[in-house]
Design a protein around this ligand. Structure first.
Ligand code: AMP
Length: 114
């Protein structure tokens, strides 16, 4: 599989601002933020889409959500509210085929989303 842009960021081939890193997961600031806080929580394992998740990835996804929760608290957006989003395939707007959880906050969000 060709390296995704996120794997290249992880390997420090491409610069990004890291917010978090452990042995399985890292988080960076989105290069084109859609809200005052827009952070991507990304597994180091390069899984193309949520459709490719395997049963053994269940814990990884849970950990990504836990990290998003912690970062939201650190950034001071937990009480006002924030949005967590996985875009799955082109029809939902996925552009980078290495799964990532968007953490968006710092403004009011409409529902349903566009
Ligand atoms: P998605 O459209 O759900 O696949 O989200 C991909 C996200 O990656 C978009 O919000 C992009 O702005 C973001 N992105 C693309 N390239 C970079 C980069 N080099 N550094 C940080 N974020 C990026």
């Amino acid at each position: 599989m060709e390296k995704s842009i996120f794997t290249r960021i992880l390997e420090r081939e491409i610069p990004a601002t890291f917010e978090y890193e452990d042995d399985e997961i890292f988080a960076i600031n989105d290069i084109a933020p859609k809200a005052p806080t827009h952070i991507l929580i990304i597994p180091k394992k390069q899984i193309p889409t949520i459709n490719d998740l395997q049963p053994e990835d269940t814990g990884l996804i849970g950990k990504m959500v836990q990290i998003a929760k912690s970062i939201a608290k650190q950034k001071g957006i937990a009480d006002d509210g924030y949005r967590l989003v996985f875009n799955v395939n082109e029809g939902a707007g996925q552009t980078v085929f290495h799964i990532h959880l968007h953490l968006l906050g710092g403004r009011i969000f409409n529902w349903p989303p566009g």
